[in-house]
Structures are given as C-alpha cells and as structure tokens.
Design a protein around this ligand. Structure first.
Ligand code: GLN
Length: 502
C-alpha cells in the first residue's frame, strides 16, 4: 500500500477495504490517534473511541461475511448539529451542553447502523462529533461556545463556518468525510476555505429529521470530503425521502456516484464536459473581487473549457439583495425555532432563584452566545406586528424573485459558476468587532440557499497567504449529477483537491 491510511479518501479506503488490503479497525485506530495529536485544531467536540472500534470490528466482520456496502467500515464524523444517541449533541452551544438525544438523526442512522425498523445502514464508522458555529450561525466557526476551530492551512485563520469542524477535520486528514449543514453557505464556504470539496444538495434531498433547526426553510444537510467522487458516495447513502421530514422530497433513491460516472451524451475523448454550458453571472465577478480569488477562478474556468464546457454570460441581478433578504428570513425562522430552549424541557437551566419569567429569561441569556442572541432579537423584531409586512413579507417576495432569476439563467446554461467567497480565509478575531462584515462575505453563497438550489465548492487553487480558493458551482433543482460530473472532470484534470496542509 502506497498512501498512509489517513491519506485515503472515501473511494480509496473503500477499495482497499474491499480488497482486504486494510481493515476498518486499522484505519479507525490510525485516525483516532491523529485526532488526538491534532486536538489543538478544535475540530472535534466529542470522540467515541470505544464505539468507533466496536463499529469497525462489526464492519470488518460484515466485509468478511460478504455483507458490505461500499461504505462499510469507512470512518465518518458528524457536525454536532445532527443528534446522536451515542454521543452528546450540542450544536456548539452551552444551551445544549451535555445533552444526549434519545434518537439518531436520519442522516446519521442511514450512514451508520440504519434506521430503527428500516433498511440497514451503510455501516460507516462514526469517530465523533464536529465543532461548529453555535446553532450554525456564523461564517468562521468562531461562534462556537467551545472555542474557535483552526484552519489546518494556517492555524491563525478560520476554517470557515458554520461547518468549520467538518472542513478542518477533512483537510487535516483526521477523517475522510464529514457531514455538514448549509443554511446560507455553511458547507460551501468552509470547504472553500480549507481546500476540501463540499456539496449541499437541493433542499429536500437530505432529511432534516434530527438536525437541530436554525432556519428550517433553508437548512440542508450535505457532505464535506476530499473529492467529488467521495461526496457522491456519501451523499447517495445519506439522502433520500424520509416520511419524518415534511419537506423531504419524494423521489426514488439516487445513486449519485453512478450518475457522476455516466458519460455525458456529447462527451468525447479528453472532452468529458462537451455540451455542458456553464453560466457566469456578471454579478459574481465584480471589479472589486479580490484579484487572487479572481485569478484562481479564471484558471479553473479555463480548465473546464478545455474539458469541453462552454462558458456563457448570464446575470443574477438581485445578488446583492440576497444579503438583507437572508438576514431577515434566517433570523426570523431562528427566533421561532429557538423559542423551544426555555430552560423547562431540555437544555441549560439557570441555577439562580426567581419566578418563571426570570427563570426563562436567565436560562436563555446564560445559554445562548452573543451571535445567537443578536439573531433572535433581529428575528423577533422583523416578525413583530407593524414590521412583519415591512420586512418579513418583503423579504419573502424578494426570495421568490431571486429564485426566478436563477430559473431565467438556467434557460441559457446547465450550471452556474462563481466564487464561493470574496476572499480567502480571514484571521481568527479579525471580524469579531463587526458581525456585518461576515454577513457581507456570504454574498455568493446566499442566493442559491434562498432558491433551494444545489451547490458545490471545488478546490480551485491558492490565493493570498497561500490559502485555498474554492470554485462554486450551482446546479438547477435536483441537478446534483451534473454538478458532480463537472467537479469530478475538473478533479481528474487538476490536483488541487489532493494538496494538503503541511
Ligand atoms: N454564514 C451564514 C450565517 O451566518 C450561513 C450559515 C449557515 O449556512 N449555517 O447565517
């Protein structure tokens, strides 16, 4: 075997496990040791060594008995926004410190042991739970109540957020793939900041059952891994209809990996993307775009052209409006979702004396961090009588127009490309004094979230301070296969996704 086990991605690990060249126990042991060595990254909030080794032994036995799926025995870790029975689930908040769920999120069950009374799971080995911004609110994973996650490319910089623990763990080779969630960019942006590959599918592809809610009409689960191929393998196992999520899309199970590998109708030798039209919204390439980001993107787009894709100019005229629209709708839904944390049923309860009102008020003030409190206040304000029509209803109308703008683009192209973020990862603390700065940096990821469209971040090179730059690809509804095909073709022709931090 050439590569050290921790260097293996999902597909490579799967091949070696199937060939009997590696056992899940060996792989799991090595990764557990690495997680220990790299504890200073603060990527993990909880590690389950005994549980992981037990699942690894069971996976090896299943392999030996010929009962394995491609993912059986491959390690995974979950963003701490997915509830799990075996480990506490905190959502990065003091409010839920020590909370243990009585059930597994659907995504967790499907990747692991399977749903109670349902089909068997993929048999992946859960190593632990990953740090994130509190209730997934943030863009740098600095808002975690348990300390900021560090970017393995430069430990003084953020790994992006809110799925920063997922991205940092994958980039640092602590785990081959991790689950993540994206409400306004939290899969794509941390993937972009860490040189990893991330996919947020169409809203409704992955079940939200057991995913701690931030903004329910936007929240969507996905994967961060090292390649499009690895993302496709994991997404196929975690997605699909779930009767327990009322917004789950009723579609047959998808094999994204097979779809990704199926040649396109117009493909020819060396031109796997022939016939693919990639739209470049002019608003995604403003004159003010950082030159290092622009240069990396242009090189990646030239590569896609060589692979046969045609680049076409399109427009998303309401791109800038996505910021105020999102920062009204997401806090509004958050203020409603987070009202369940009242110190009565579960979560933190103050120890100070007082009546019921004092108890609820103090429990919430002590349990929630500053960013979460800020969002609850904004959300409550825009939903209140007198402001509801002026802010919330206006935002809903603009959201529809933003979605329509995408549909107008997709009449002229099959995919949309642009930056993931306006810059490379910033230094930890750099934006602490001004939350609005971080909100503005979400400009390129928010539009697809508001429209419910699938999106990816694909490593596209390096920019300032030798930090990774991500190329964002956005697909039409249920266009995951096209997204993955383009990303996979690019990764067959480039090696940015194989580079790793020193
Ligand atoms: N950065 C955005 C926010 O702070 C998006 C977060 C997310 O996708 N969870 O809300």
């Amino acid at each position: 075997m050439s590569a050290a086990p921790h260097e293996l991605g999902v597909a490579d690990a799967s091949r070696l496990l199937a060939a009997g060249a590696l056992s899940s126990v060996e792989l799991t042991q090595e990764l557990l040791a690495r997680i220990d060595v790299h504890a200073a990254l603060r990527a993990f909030l909880a590690v389950d060594a005994p549980g992981a080794l037990k699942s690894a032994r069971a996976a090896d036995a299943r392999r030996a008995a010929g009962l394995a799926t491609p993912l059986t025995g491959v390690p995974i870790a979950h963003k701490d926004i997915f509830v799990t029975r075996a480990l506490p689930s905190t959502a990065g908040s003091r409010m839920l410190e020590g909370y243990v769920s009585p059930f597994d999120a659907t995504v967790v069950a499907r990747l692991g042991d399977g749903e109670a009374g349902g089909a068997p799971g993929a048999g992946m080995v859960t190593l632990g739970k990953l740090n994130c911004d509190e209730f997934a609110m943030g863009s740098g994973s600095e808002n975690s109540a348990f300390g900021a996650v560090r970017n393995p490319w430069d430990r003084e910089r953020v790994p992006g957020g809110s799925s920063g623990g997922s991205a940092a763990a994958v980039a640092a080779r602590l785990v081959p793939a991790a689950t993540a969630t994206d409400t306004g960019g939290s899969i794509r942006q941390p993937a972009g900041f860490t040189g990893t590959t991330g996919i947020k599918p169409t809203y409704g592809v992955c079940s939200r059952y057991g995913m701690i809610a931030f903004a329910s009409s936007l929240d969507q689960a996905g994967v961060i891994a090292r390649s499009a191929e690895d993302c496709a393998l994991v997404l196929s196992a975690m997605g699909g209809f779930d009767a327990r999520d009322s917004t789950s899309a009723e579609r047959p199970p998808q094999d994204f990996h097979a779809q990704m590998l199926a040649p396109r109708a117009a493909a020819s030798a060396g031109r796997p993307l022939a016939g693919l039209r990639i739209g470049l919204p002019r608003e995604f390439f403003p004159a003010a775009l950082a030159p290092d980001v622009g240069d990396a993107l242009r090189a990646a787009l030239a590569e896609l052209e060589k692979l046969g894709a045609a680049l076409v100019d399109v427009s998303l005229p309401r791109t800038e409006l996505a910021i105020p629209v999102y920062y009204i709708i997401a806090p509004a839904e958050a203020s409603s979702n987070l009202s369940r944390f009242d110190g009565v049923r579960y979560g933190h309860r103050t120890v100070r004396d007082g009546d019921l009102r004092d108890m609820v008020r103090r429990s919430r003030a002590e349990g929630f961090g500053a960013e979460v409190r800020r969002r609850i206040m904004i959300g409550t304000y825009v939903l209140s009588h007198g402001y509801y029509d002026a802010y919330f209803v206006q935002a809903l109308k603009l959201r529809r127009m933003i979605a329509d703008d995408f549909q107008a683009c997709f009449r002229r192209c099959d995919l949309i490309a642009g930056p993931v973020a306006p810059s490379v990862a910033w230094r930890i603390g750099e934006q602490a004094d001004d939350p609005v700065k971080a909100y503005l940096a979400d400009i390129f990821t928010l539009p697809a979230s508001l429209a419910g469209l699938p999106g990816m971040s694909v490593p596209a090179g390096f920019g300032a301070h030798a930090m990774p730059v991500g190329l964002q690809l956005i697909g039409d509804y249920f266009g995951e296969a096209t997204l993955l095909q383009a990303a996979h073709a690019l990764q067959q022709a480039t090696d940015f996704h194989r580079r790793r931090p020193a």
